[in-house]
Design a binder for this molecule. Structure first.
Ligand SMILES: [Zn+2]
Ligand SMILES: [Zn+2]
Length: 294
């Protein structure tokens, strides 16, 4: 299968015993030639990545949709584990909105004692974590030479105000394409990114449930997230074949069954609706192949 999505973490800021924090793996190609892109790095991301048989050294790049803590809380773990588990200098590229460089600089500063301990202790470890940050706003995402190359990545501004800036990413590989929307309300930037793509991975919250919980701090989250219905409308408008929902608030099963969530989206979208537990995998077939095999 050419392009695949694995929901590494389907949780949210609310801790859940069986849902890791927001993180999605986009894999393209086969075996040693495969490229693996990690979108967001929430709580427990490397545990879930290990369950797929991969580790931090296998990541082609990390892409951050926005700097909310639940989406970056384990980025430090990715940085450190990549550094200590690779045996020659292997830069980790981190792509994110403006502000990402400052956050990564502070993560590295917080790791400073650890970096010094390990360099002092391991004779063969003679370099600091090689991290390469690329801040993006919209358009083509260019990775450094030798990293990736088979997947075309583009990005666009999304709308998660007052969290600004926030971006979504689109991955095109051999006639298949998927968008990672991140946290956003429906917006023109996301529509443009989704136009002509096959699938979108969209974070969602059950607004119908949250609106009835008398807790202001929860109600505050209503205005900058999409509901399953809104995510479905975005997928329908773009003519996509697959909608992949993640970031379940409230977490299932307390927040309803998978069928409940799917039914809400199905009111607005006639394609395939995917959701599930952590490690749920969705293969995105090439539409070029489909067309030529007809
Ligand atoms: Zn957010
Ligand atoms: Zn979030």
């Amino acid at each position: 299968m050419s392009l695949a999505v694995t929901l590494l973490g389907t949780g949210s800021p609310m801790p859940s015993p069986d849902r890791a924090g927001p993180a999605t793996l986009i894999s393209a190609g086969e075996d040693d030639a495969a490229e693996h892109y990690l979108v967001d790095a929430g709580r427990g991301v490397l545990m879930r990545l290990a369950a797929t048989g991969l580790g931090a050294p296998n990541l082609t790049a990390v892409l951050i949709t926005h700097l909310h803590s639940d989406h970056i809380t384990d980025l430090n773990d990715v940085v450190t584990t990549r550094w200590v588990m690779t045996f020659e200098e292997t830069p980790l590229t981190i792509v994110g909105p403006v502000g990402t460089r400052k956050v990564v600089d502070h993560i590295l500063a917080s790791l400073e004692p650890d970096i010094e301990y390990r360099i002092a202790h391991h004779e063969d470890l003679d370099h600091r974590p090689p991290v390469n940050v690329i801040e993006v706003t919209s358009g083509v995402v260019e990775l450094p030479a030798g990293q990736g190359g088979n997947v075309a990545i583009t990005c666009a501004q999304t709308d998660h105000k007052p969290v600004e800036p926030s971006v979504g990413f689109r991955f095109d590989f051999q006639g298949a394409s998927v968008v990672a929307a991140g946290d956003t309300v429906p917006c023109d930037g996301l529509d443009a990114l989704c136009d002509g793509a096959d699938a979108v991975v969209h974070t969602v919250i059950r607004k119908d449930i949250i609106a009835n919980i008398p807790m202001q701090r929860l109600q505050d989250t209503l205005d900058y997230h999409s509901s399953p219905e809104e995510a479905a409308q975005t997928a329908a408008k773009a003519g996509m074949s697959t909608l992949i929902l993640t970031h379940y608030v409230p977490p299932m099963p307390q927040g309803g069954t998978e069928d409940d969530w799917r039914a809400l989206a199905a009111e607005h979208f006639g394609g395939t609706i995917e959701l599930g537990d952590d490690l749920h995998r969705v293969d995105i077939p090439s539409h070029q192949q489909n067309e030529s095999s007809r």
